[in-house]
Design a binder for this molecule. Structure first.
Ligand code: ADP
Length: 181
């Protein structure tokens, strides 16, 4: 038996672009444990959402690695921002794979709780946190496919790749796991 349904494969999309422009119910932020903003996608989301986002984040008291917290999206097209904290890559023997998988599951759990139907993810941990891209992509796609198989309320999960190298790897991994769609 496969770990996911063929329907799950039809609900995922890989696109290249800027996640702050995604017109979905929720976008996911690759945040750090303070939740007080940073570089990369985190900085882009805070700039696009406006200062109210930081104000709400200050009240959350941070977030442990592998978990997620949700705020409003303010000036973003997305109604919600789900902030998750990916693991810093330290060679792979420090629970990095499990923590990264947990980021995707925790984010999707919060999405379901809020009735989110369409959600966009960045390539969590693959920038400043240096998680090897292909390994991270396999974890991301597999966890999302498993989750979708059990939660029919989520209609679309978009993997938003900022650069063409990331886009190519996501396309390859989705084809490996789902075949030609
Ligand atoms: P982390 O600290 O979790 O590694 P980064 O923000 O450094 O997070 O990188 C995660 C991924 O997000 C990288 O692939 C990076 O290129 C990408 N990224 C940066 N800005 C954006 C953006 N505006 N939209 C989507 N992805 C982005």
């Amino acid at each position: 038996m496969t770990e996911w349904s063929p329907q799950a494969c039809k609900k995922i999309a890989v696109v290249q672009g800027d996640i702050t422009r995604e017109q979905v119910d929720a976008i996911v932020n690759a945040a750090n444990r303070s939740l007080l903003g940073g570089g990369g996608v985190d900085g882009a989301i805070h700039r696009a959402a406006g200062p109210e986002l930081l104000e709400e984040c200050r009240r959350l008291g941070g977030c442990p690695t592998g978990q997620a917290k949700i705020t409003r999206g303010y000036r973003l097209p997305a109604k919600w921002v789900i902030h998750t904290v990916g693991p810093v890559w330290r060679g792979g023997a420090h629970g990095e794979d499990q923590l990264l998988a947990s980021c995707y599951r925790s984010s999707l759990d919060l999405a379901v709780e809020k009735g989110v139907r369409r959600i966009a993810f960045p390539a969590i941990s693959t920038g400043a946190y240096r998680f090897p891209l292909e390994r991270a992509t396999r974890i991301a796609v597999r966890e999302v496919l498993r989750f979708l198989s059990e939660h029919p309320g989520i209609e679309e999960v978009r993997f938003v790749c900022f650069d063409s190298g990331t886009y190519t790897v996501y396309r390859k991994v989705v084809e490996e796991l789902c075949g030609e769609r």
